[in-house]
Design a protein around this ligand. Structure first.
Ligand code: ZN
Ligand code: ZN
Length: 343
């Protein structure tokens, strides 16, 4: 079986040149990146289905014997089933060109909508889906550290104060860690209650045995209760490990360097901060040439095409009223409500 793309480069304009008004190329690209299945095996016949391009579906069509009568298997499943494109009404080239625009933020938004023939409502809905992909990426960063590895951690408050109500509604706590040597890092929003969520983020993103270096914030005090070595930088105390303090400061400055320039525009709903952070970090951690590749790989991870989960119950095996119990609809039918099944 063919495997998914392990890396490709295509800058903003090359991407448009390649895919604009070219659904065939767009579908191939989505397949190459695992967003759409490369192969579908009929769950009834265990043989590969064939792809019907006009219908955007996979069809079995195998003839087999049921009760001494030859019957054609009519198993069929939408190409989009369970995928990032599940339920999409838009042509595939439009979706990926719109992603390309969204990731690169070039061109006037209104012009892009007009060129792709999209309404504002459709544009907004798809941008929400795109943001979910980058949020998924943010939530699933690779853990760092390991036995003996030094990781500097820090927290910071981003955003502008909203003065009207005297409340810090437009601000968000951001927490991160960076390996002192390799500079591998993670950054995550830190939601209330801070102390509790902090420890779960540490355990999610920092491997056991790591030497964690932090400031004296109270919320960090329980780190040593877990499987870590905890060093606290005490800038004002009698005993100051100057070298360690200096290295720690340099590390955390580097850590938040990318998000320092962050300006908040999303209004006052805290929900959007994470989206902004995710999009910003995603853009900053990828180049203009490989960003589409990583986006679609993430979309495939988030929505793995789940054709195998298709229950035989939605398939008409034979028209005749067979009393074949084994083919009677199986119990679980969770996918019934899925809008993508009959695309
Ligand atoms: Zn690729
Ligand atoms: Zn079949």
């Amino acid at each position: 079986m063919a495997s998914v793309c392990s890396g490709c480069e295509c800058n903003y304009f090359e991407f448009i040149q390649k895919f604009y008004k070219n659904n065939e190329a767009a579908i191939a690209y989505l397949r190459d990146h695992g967003v759409l299945p490369l192969e579908v095996i009929c769950p009834l016949c265990k043989t590969p289905c064939y792809y019907r391009a006009q219908r955007h579906d996979w069809y079995c069509g195998v003839t087999r014997k049921i009760h001494h009568r030859k019957k054609r298997c009519h198993y069929v499943v939408s190409d989009y089933k369970g995928s990032f494109l599940s339920g999409a009404k838009m042509e595939p080239y439009k979706i990926i060109c719109f992603v390309n625009h969204w990731l690169n933020k070039r061109g006037h938004y209104k012009t892009v909508l007009q060129c792709l023939g999209l309404s504002r409502k459709t544009g907004a809905a798809w941008q929400k889906s795109f943001a979910e992909v980058t949020e998924h990426w943010l939530d699933n960063q690779e853990p760092i550290g390991g036995p003996g590895v030094v990781v500097d951690i820090d927290e910071t408050l981003f955003g502008k104060m909203k003065h009207e109500k005297g409340k810090s509604q437009s601000q968000i706590w951001v927490f991160g860690g960076i390996e002192r040597d390799s500079k591998n890092y993670f950054i995550s929003p830190l939601e209330e209650p801070l102390t509790e969520n902090l420890m779960s983020l540490i355990q999610k993103y920092i491997l056991p045995g790591t030497v964690i270096v932090s400031n004296r914030w109270n919320a960090y005090s329980s780190i040593s209760d877990h499987d870590y070595v905890h060093q606290v930088i005490n800038h004002s105390g009698d005993f100051v490990d100057k070298e360690n303090a200096k290295a720690h400061t340099q590390s955390v400055e580097l850590l938040f360097h990318d998000v320092k320039e962050w300006t908040l525009k999303p209004g006052s709903r805290p929900h959007f901060y994470k989206q902004y952070l995710a999009q910003l970090l995603f853009q900053q951690q990828h180049t203009h040439s490989n960003i589409n590749h990583y986006f679609f790989r993430e979309a495939a991870r988030m929505y793995p095409p789940d054709f195998e989960a298709e229950e035989p119950s939605s398939v008409s095996v034979a028209e005749e009223s067979s009393d074949n119990e084994s083919q009677e609809s199986d119990v679980s039918d969770e996918d019934e409500g899925s809008p993508s099944t009959s695309e």
